[in-house]
Structures are given as structure tokens and as C-alpha cells.
Design a protein around this ligand. Sequence first.
Ligand SMILES: [Zn+2]
Ligand SMILES: [Zn+2]
Length: 268
Amino acid sequence: MKPLADYHVHTGFCPHAVGQIREYITAALEKGLREVGFCDHLPLVGTAEKDYTMSRDDLSRYVDEVMAARSEYRSEIVVTLGIEADFFPGFEEKTRELIHQYPFDFICGSIHFIDGWAFDKNEAKSDWQALDVEDIYARYIALLGDAAKTGFFDFLGHVDLVKKFGYRPQRFLAEEWRRLALILKQTGVAIEINSSGLRKEAQEIYPSPAVLQIFHAHDVSIVFGSDAHAPDEVGMDFEACRQLALAAGYREAILFQKRQAVKTYCLS
Ligand SMILES: [Zn+2]
Ligand SMILES: [Zn+2]
């Protein structure tokens, strides 16, 4: 069965996405999804970068509008309130303060910054040529592990986003990924299978088949996300995501409510 829920949907609340909450819900209904999880960016706490998150003033309005849509569409689709939060070492208190103020169903933990460098922004593309790719991957994977240990996050988003522009290390960092998988297993943090990598230079779903196999071997649970930034991207390439999950050995995915994994559903 096709993934039932898309847990990574942005809206026009974020400056780099377009469309209203209702348009995304309509798109989810048209795609036959049973649940749509809004996952706009929490205002950043550890950097002055403002291009891609909603403003602090908009956060309450975002929560109110998603909650209103949840009631309005109750008989048609489950609308879930999520947020995509960056992990910034050293800013844990500020992050905690923001996420505990609202009744989120899930918190997606993402790494978009390595020591303040926004490695996945288009402006960063040229930086990559001069860098030690393997070192960047290792630091990125270590940050994911640190993020999981904070307890702030229910799942980690686009787990190998570091490949976005197609830069890949000479060797597969199996040991580093295994270490991360072990942390996820111990902390109970799930991961997201995110289709947006297919729309980038990486040309591959996040995470890669080899990484996903390691997560499966460690019993790490999965959710699905499109990372839609426009309504027509909701649920995009979910059949390919399902096939990837099945090939790695997964037979089910999980759903969240009020930050608890409440249900699993079958993928086959
Ligand atoms: Zn992201
Ligand atoms: Zn996102």
C-alpha cells in the first residue's frame, strides 16, 4: 500500500515555499493520502540566516491555521501539526523553549548547518569544490547523532541531505552510519524517507539504499515526506519511496500524534 501520510509539507509561511495550507490539503486529498503533516521551519535560533524559516511572529499564526484546518477537514483527512527544527549545538535551551510552547504532533530534526555553514543552500554549491567531502559527511553524520540524543526530535529529516549537490565521498561511511543507527535505536528516534533528493542534483531519495539498509538492520522506524514546497509536490514519488523501503526490508511505517508514535501501517 502506498505511504498514507506525507510528514514533510512546507507552506507559504516559509519564504521559499508557495501555497496556502488549504491548497496543500486539497493536493493531499487528490493524491489519496490519509494524513498530511505540516512541517514548516521553526524560526532559527543559532544563526542570523533568515531566508528559509518563518518569522517568530508567524509561528503562532502557523500553529493556529494548521489547527483550524485540522478541524475543518476532520471528516476527510487527518491534518497533523509538525515542525522542522534545526539542531544547533549550544542553542538547546532556545530550541527547547520554542518547541515546548506549541502542541506539535511531531518534530522533524534537520541539519542544514555545519558550524554555521548552510551547506545545502544554492549559494554554498561552489564552496564544496574546495572541501574535503568525506570530512563534511563525517561531521554531518555526527551532528545527526547529537541531534537525536537531545530528545527534541521524533524523526530526523532527509537523513543524507549532505549529498544534495551530488558531492559524494570516495568511500561509503558505513561505520559512521552504523554509529548513528545505534543512537537512533537507543533513543527511539525515527528517520524520514524524503523524496525531494530526486528533484536535486543528488537524483536520489534521502537516504540512499545502503544507508536505509543500515537503519533497517537497527530497527529504526520510518516515516515518509515529500518536502513539498508547492502544492503539486505533496506525496511526490511516494511509490518510489515505498519501493526503496520495501527493498531495505521495511514492511511498515509509523504515525505520530502529540509526539507519540501511535500507529503503524503496512506498506506491502
Ligand atoms: Zn530541510
Ligand atoms: Zn523541509
